[in-house]
Design a protein around this ligand. Structure first.
Ligand SMILES: [Zn+2]
Ligand SMILES: [Zn+2]
Length: 202
């Protein structure tokens, strides 16, 4: 089964994940993923292609996310377009039911400890929770986009960076610093002062 509309693309119904799984193909915008320019400045929408399977409430999501992110080169400080394509892997588990389901009296301290332990267990990478009958894929995809960012973005391996002296972007050509010798020498041309002689012909 396939769903195209953006709303359903990011919040699929559990009921739509049949035994054959569910394929989600479409485009999402950075806003729909909750991405701000501080996270990653996306240029245009991101293409999403995901396959979902549901095994007794555990929903596995695999697929690909593609798009273009604007980054700033750490060497030359210029913005460049970084084509992005990476695989997505995540698991969604149902949010645990509150302990009040048990008729027995619950020791609040013990309940808190259990909740903390459960939280730790679920704090695994790429594991998310869902509530009710829908998944919310946006936070998971947003995280994937953020984690795909390089620590030291570089516009090109050949990027020459900026001149440490004059700050010129050396990718745009050499600056004058390289041509000039480190210690400039000045040739002082002194004009000879001609003394006007006192001798006068009369
Ligand atoms: Zn650069
Ligand atoms: Zn320079």
């Amino acid at each position: 089964m396939q769903i195209g509309a953006t709303m359903d693309l990011l919040t699929p119904l559990l009921a739509d994940i049949t035994d054959d799984g569910l394929s989600l193909v479409g485009e999402v915008t950075a806003e729909e993923l909750g991405l701000t320019d501080d996270d990653a400045a996306a240029r245009g929408p991101l293409a999403v292609s995901l396959d979902l399977t549901n095994v007794e409430g555990l929903v596995a999501v695999t697929g690909v996310l593609e798009g273009t992110i604007l980054r700033e080169c750490v060497r030359c400080l210029k913005q460049y377009e970084d084509p992005l394509a990476f695989s997505v892997r995540a698991a969604f588990i149902p949010e645990p039911k509150p302990a009040s389901k048990h008729p027995k009296r619950v020791d609040p301290r013990k309940a808190r400890e259990e909740a903390a332990a459960a939280e730790e267990e679920e704090d695994l990478d790429d594991q998310y929770q869902y509530q009710g009958n829908r998944l919310d894929l946006a936070p998971m995809l947003r995280e994937h986009v953020i984690l795909a960012a390089p620590m030291q973005p570089i516009c090109s391996d050949e990027c020459l960076g900026l001149c440490a002296r004059c700050g010129k972007n050396l990718n745009e050509g050499p600056c004058q610093c390289a041509a000039e010798p480190p210690i400039p020498t000045f040739r002082v041309v002194q004009s000879m002062k001609r003394k006007t002689g006192g001798s006068s012909a009369s």
